[in-house]
Design a protein around this ligand. Structure first.
Ligand SMILES: Cc1cc2nc3c(=O)[nH]c(=O)nc-3n(C[C@H](O)[C@H](O)[C@H](O)COP(=O)(O)OP(=O)(O)OC[C@H]3O[C@@H](n4cnc5c(N)ncnc54)[C@H](O)[C@@H]3O)c2cc1C
Ligand code: FES
Length: 270
């Protein structure tokens, strides 16, 4: 049984941190402060009828001392455009924390976190907690160009090793974050586990790399969500099954996910 709250959260701040990317801090009931890295919240972005559905966002970090949590989001459509325009002081309708978080017990001593774009959002809190647990954390962060990199200063203060990849070569490795991962593997670097969040093609590639190198790996998926708590079945993905009478299972990204283990998701159908 999932433990989550539905309530009001007062916006403490909501500011643009990079072109079309925003960080919002929300004062919220204590259950939100207990969120695990990888869990998410559903946010009603407007008091009006449109858009009617809440929007899902990964929890960037919780601030237990301040009784708040933060999200990092990209303006992509109507809902996030409305969200970006909301001023501090306004009360938001929020539901969370939802979904399964990353399993920190799988990390081993040398975990790698790989993010594509705003996929860095749930990995930031994971990096923080792994560092607190004494792990040697490497974060591979891929973006289109250096202007699209997010929260780099915050990442640098965590005590992690940050490796950047940009598609246009304007900073760090020229190419994708997955290219960096392949380089580390070729160099024989110690990698005890991989955690990933980003666009689906990136996750599929990480999944393939992890399987071929026999790496422990968890992937955080996105899906269009209506309810966020398992009722509408709008977010299902096909997953491998152990049942010999079935070809596949359906899993809800909002409940069984958003975090899945490598080898679980059937990508062609996801
Ligand atoms: C578990 C989860 C965690 C997420 N965490 C974050 C986060 O931390 N930061 C962030 O910026 N975004 C995150 N997203 C994606 C975010 O929910 C969507 O970008 C948002 O709902 C778009 O709303 P909109 O009304 O602005 O866009 P719409 O007008 O509804 O759509 C604009 C475009 O975005 C696509 N889109 C809409 N919803 C989703 C979705 N749920 N997943 C993928 N693509 C979508 C649409 O297909 C369309 O192309 C997350 C999604 C999920 C499922
Ligand atoms: S969003 Fe409704 S079941 Fe997942």
């Amino acid at each position: 049984m999932m433990k989550y709250s539905n309530g009001k959260g007062k916006i403490i701040s909501n500011r643009e941190v990079a072109p079309d990317h925003y960080k919002m801090e929300v004062e919220a009931p204590t259950t939100f402060g207990e969120a695990l890295p990888g869990q998410f919240v559903m946010v009603k972005v407007s008091d009006g009828v449109v858009p009617i559905l809440r929007r899902p966002f990964g929890i960037f970090q919780t601030n237990k001392d301040r009784g708040s949590f933060e999200i990092l989001y990209r303006k992509v459509g109507e809902g996030t455009r409305l969200l970006a325009d909301i001023a501090p002081g306004v009360n938001l309708d929020i539901l969370g924390p939802l979904g399964t978080g990353f399993d920190l017990d799988l990390s081993g001593d040398n975990p790698i976190l790989i993010a594509g774009g705003v996929g860095i959002a749930p990995l930031y809190m994971l990096a923080k907690e792994l560092v607190s647990a004494g792990k040697q954390v490497k974060v591979l962060f891929g973006s289109r160009g250096k202007n699209d990199l997010l929260v780099v200063d915050e990442l640098k203060t965590l005590g992690i090793e940050l490796l950047i990849a940009t598609e246009d070569g304007s900073e760090g490795f020229k190419g994708y974050g997955t290219g960096l991962l392949e380089e580390l593997l070729e160099r024989g670097e110690e990698i005890s586990s991989v955690y990933a969040c980003g666009p689906e093609p990136m996750l599929e590639k990480v999944d393939k790399i992890a399987i071929s190198h026999n790496l422990i790996c968890q992937l955080s998926l996105e899906a269009i969500m209506a309810c966020g708590f398992g009722v509408c079945l709008g977010c299902v993905v096909k997953t491998c099954t152990k049942d010999k009478d079935r070809e596949f299972d359906y899993n809800r990204v909002c409940c069984e996910g958003p975090v899945f283990n490598a080898g679980e998701v059937i990508w062609d159908e996801a």
